[in-house]
Design a binder for this molecule. Sequence first.
Ligand SMILES: Nc1ncnc2c1ncn2[C@@H]1O[C@H](COP(=O)(O)OP(=O)(O)OP(=O)(O)O)[C@@H](O)[C@H]1O
Length: 673
Amino acid sequence: MMDAAAAAPKGKTKAKQRYLKRKKERRKLSKNKKQKTSLSQSQAGELENEDAEDNESIVEEEEVVEETLPVVEKSEKRPKKRRKLSIQPEDGETVEPVLAQTPPAPSIQRLPTPQAALPTFPLPALPNAPSKSTLALQGLDKALVDADIIPPTKTLPIPPEGDADGGTGLSEKMRKRLIDLGITELFAVQTSLLPFLLPSDPMYKALYQPFNPPRDVCVSAPTGSGKTLAYAVPIVEILSSSIVTRLRALVVLPTRDLVVQVRETFEAVSKGRGLKIGTATGQHSFPHEQAQLVADRSTHLKGGSSKVDILICTPGRLIDHLKETPNFSLQHLRFLVVDEADRLLAQSFQDWLIQVLAATRPPKHALEHTLNDLASSTPKLPSYNSTPGPLNLPVPDALAPAFLHLLPYPDIPSFITERKEHSCQKLLFSATLTRDPGKIAALELRNPKYFIVQGSSTDEEEENAILDVATEKFTMPATLKEHMIICSAYEKPLVFFHLVQAHNILNALVFTKSAESTNRLVRLFEFFQNARASETPNPTNIVARAYSSDLPVADRKTILENFKSQKIQILVCSDLISRGIDISHVSHVISYDSPVDMRKYVHRVGRTARAGREGDAWTLVEEQEARHFKLMMKDANHLSQVKKLRIGEQDLTSLVPHYETALSNLKDSYSRS
Ligand SMILES: Nc1ncnc2c1ncn2[C@@H]1O[C@H](COP(=O)(O)OP(=O)(O)OP(=O)(O)O)[C@@H](O)[C@H]1O
């Protein structure tokens, strides 16, 4: 018998035999393991640990055996073909199978989910046509397009003395004065204009701003909206800072009556501020006016010699003073107000505007001429570099700063190269502001700022407001009610009498086409009243008076005062007082003869419904004029606001007998005179 060692195959060492034996045992064990499904975890763990230990020992042994036993290596399990792996996550979410190493085959499922549809593009189309208003705005003056649109409802309370100015820009003195006058809030036009003209920075309130001259202003605001205070208040505020009297504000108005009215406003507002106010209307003799306006007329003074700070005048008399009154000068003007601007610009009286503007500008040559005489009479002036000698320089006589450079002083070098500008600020006002570019250009406005008072809340309404000014469509006071009565020429006086009686009119302004018609209507009305009174037990006596340019100035003044104090109930007038006149209690305006143009209509009806009060306007339109009147209203986009009033035939026929008597009496009176 062979022993075990001898039985061992040749070349196998003891270690090898031991290894093979243990391997056999391990295989056996792993077979058993598979069969024993109920094998506990702990047992399995022990087995694994055992395996791990075995493996360690094998590695050690293999390091030794490796070269000699390649067979053993072959027996190791190698990964076969790579297969797809499927991962089943715990939460049950299905994960796309991933192929190891090989790139994923393109699959529709794997593409990002496409959007609902392909992106859409707008169909080619023409852009929307610009609106009519946008088109109309094109080519308009930029200043007008940039206008400030102020809603008429915008008001600002005036804080009492001691409080902050509340955004009004007003001094304590002015606030106290206004409150004393019963003005407790600023109207729309004033809320915007006052802070613009009275900025909080005192630099901009200065009388002279030679290097930063103020912007000019154009204001379009309805009748009775408070335009007069909108310029009177800032002028008084700025001028009251001046100590020396110079003509610094010039207010130009179309009629004497308006001059008187605006003077009253200035006097009321400037009470206690030390400002001197003068007027020039031709009401007094020329020498009298000269003496009122100029202190020294005998010495030639280059800076002028004014006795007033504010001059309110009509253009005709202004030009007379510019030409004829020695030392009457506009060089110090800080404000030039053109109220009822469209009317004044239409008035080419002696080219008044050109002459006034020329007088406010520093002349390039004219002053030099006048100074030449002076220079020739003085010893030759030393040049800047020459040996200093005794200077005998002309006295500037309080020349305005913008005019100083014209004096024949030695040339003093200055680091300021900018030209000095005159500081005259032009302020234009009207309820019917003109858009005639030629007329506006004549004003030589400096960077003008427009303010338009008109109801507007949307952008479109703002555009419309600008367009209305551009196309001369005017805004009426919101509190005004308008009516037209179409009748025959024969019925017209009857309609007038009926309106006066039926509506118990006590404060009416009646407009006719001429001074002659005015007088005739008043006389007819008086005869009619007399005829009625003889048959009526307790007749109400209504006093009617004519107010026309035929009357002496003193009589006009008395009549106007009597109408204001309600001693006269009906004032019959021509268009002489259709503009600007402010009589607060006028409840009715009757256009006995219908106005020929829209501007006249706006100003006539604007004598009522002022300062937020109610008012009625009636226009009597003869049948043959009806077409023209309606067309005029339609062109102004205003026809819908003018209601047609029908008067029953019965109402008129009852008045006919008295009317017939009045007519025959009038005829007699005319034949006698
Ligand atoms: N803030 C205010 N509070 C109360 N009343 C005011 C105010 N501002 C002006 N008024 C009054 O309103 C009236 C009309 O003002 P004004 O005569 O200045 O109107 P206007 O805009 O110039 O009208 P028109 O275009 O007809 O000349 C005047 O009696 C004036 O005293």
